[in-house]
Design a protein around this ligand. Structure first.
Ligand code: CTP
Ligand code: CA
Length: 225
């Protein structure tokens, strides 16, 4: 860790960020997961650190990472591990951004031995994972700024506003997969921000680093309001 005191609008603040996918084991050799490179969440962690925050990045399995001095990585694999890490870090955090693509379902049973194929198809029973963001929203302190993503292919605005309201968020970042150049493996993204005061900001297609700076600026104005 850096010995230098950070400066910037978030100096002295602690931020908690999730990024990447989670993977849910079926057996020792198989899993189910979500598409996510982790690029957007990592860019947000770095932008928060650039603004002076001390950042904890809860990161699911991905081939990319960060060496930013202001970011400490907490590696996790499953939604359950991500949930536990977030619940442990949450009470200390001033700013929380959940950018991870968390699996909504996991296999109801994890086979200890490799499942051998038989004749015909197979049925896999799934159970729901905990909604991490909803749990944090239900336990939010007055000063905490809680930010979620809303990944949508249709009814985007309505679905994003529903998540803002139902998960008790301060800001929701709508990531529409209908937009060209936006999404999983791109270095660019096009998002719309909705805050809890009814402000709506449609951002242009730009690098994920530039999008991250815009999100951090929105967080700073909410934090100081
Ligand atoms: N999220 C979470 N824990 C989960 C599922 C989602 O913390 N188990 C968070 C994501 O990190 C994101 C937000 O909730 O910030 C919205 O995720 P999204 O998949 O768009 O919405 P869901 O609430 O899971 O609903 P659905 O997938 O049905 O649209
Ligand atoms: Ca989901």
């Amino acid at each position: 860790a850096s010995q230098m005191a950070a400066s910037g609008p978030l100096a002295g603040k602690i931020a908690l960020v999730t990024a990447g996918p989670t993977v849910e084991a079926i057996d020792p050799v198989r899993y189910i997961s979500n598409r996510s490179s982790g690029k957007m969440g990592i860019a947000i962690a770095e932008a928060l650190a650039d603004a002076g925050a001390q950042v904890k990045l809860v990161l699911g399995p991905t081939h990319i990472s960060t060496t930013h001095a202001g970011v400490r990585i907490i590696p996790v694999e499953s939604a359950a591990e991500m949930f536990n890490a977030c619940v442990a870090e949450y009470p200390l955090a001033d700013v929380i951004v959940m950018a991870a693509a968390v699996a909504d379902y996991r296999p109801a049973q994890v086979a200890e031995m490799k499942i051998k194929k038989g004749e015909g198809g197979m049925q896999l029973a799934l159970e729901k994972t905990h909604d991490i963001l909803r749990t944090l929203g239900n336990n939010k302190a007055a000063e905490q700024v809680l930010v979620g993503f809303s990944l949508e292919t249709n009814n985007e605005r309505e679905n994003a506003l529903k998540k803002l309201r139902e998960k008790n968020l301060d800001l929701v970042v709508l990531n529409s997969l209908a937009d060209a150049g936006a999404g999983f493996d791109y270095d660019t993204n096009k998002v719309t921000l909705f805050d809890n005061r009814g402000k709506e900001t449609a951002l242009p297609l730009q690098s994920k680093q530039a999008v991250a700076r815009e999100i951090v600026n929105a967080i700073i104005s909410l934090h100081h309001a």
